[in-house]
Design a protein around this ligand. Structure first.
Ligand SMILES: [Zn+2]
Length: 212
């Protein structure tokens, strides 16, 4: 059994890695009233029978879609394993499906994240990387921020030799409104350490991600 050790933390973690300190939230009643206002804004009648329960359902969905504000990336990556048997090449977890909400339109964007890192002395359970993606996805996001925040969290908690994060996603705000381009995907990458410094490492990462 590998030893579980506390990670060597940098002196200070970025705010988004520690947690999100929310101010006082509006009450549930206030949130439901806001949904009724939006329904009325569409031109429909919030008092219509089919819509009576809708504000409650929307607020329930918000609890789920935005639960990442009540989760802490540092805690997700808290347990690391120190006996890695001299393994120092990359660890890649690819095709981590996620869905998030864009902060510009509050409409979904969804796709896959691929994460690689080169461990130094410690690794993290593979499922934790998938959970880390979810913590950041379940917040109002831009794809660019999500990509770099995932990399920063891994950097600050695990301190590996290199990190590569790639996200491919389709944005409903682009597919269903605006330019209405169904199926267009956006790719973002963020490289840290050995991946940033060595273009050959980036190519290797991309090749492994693309290998079907
Ligand atoms: Zn958008």
């Amino acid at each position: 059994m590998d030893a579980v050790v506390k990670p060597l933390r940098k002196a200070s973690l970025s705010d988004h890695v520690k947690s999100v300190t929310l101010g006082a939230r509006p009450s549930r009643e206030e949130a439901e009233a806001a949904v009724r206002t939006l329904i009325a804004y569409t031109g429909d009648d919030p008092a219509r029978e089919g819509l009576l329960e809708t504000p409650k359902r929307v607020v329930d969905a918000y609890e789920e879609l935005y639960r990442g504000y009540r989760e802490c990336p540092a805690e997700v990556l808290d347990r690391t394993f120190s006996e890695i048997g001299g393994y120092d090449d990359l660890v890649l977890v690819r095709d981590i499906a996620f869905n998030s909400q864009c902060e510009h339109h509050m409409m979904p964007f969804m796709g896959k994240a691929h994460i690689a890192y080169k461990p130094v002395e410690r690794v993290v359970g593979l499922s934790k990387l998938a959970r880390l993606v979810d913590v950041y996805a379940r917040r109002l996001q831009t794809q660019e921020h999500m990509t770099s925040q995932i990399a920063t969290a891994i950097e600050e908690i695990l301190n590996p030799r290199g990190i590569a994060v790639m996200i491919e996603a389709e944005h409903m705000c682009m597919s269903l409104r605006g330019v209405e381009k169904l199926g267009a995907s956006t790719v973002t990458t963020h490289f840290v350490g050995s991946f940033r410094d060595d273009p050959a490492e980036q190519v290797r990462f991309m090749t492994l991600v693309r290998k079907g």
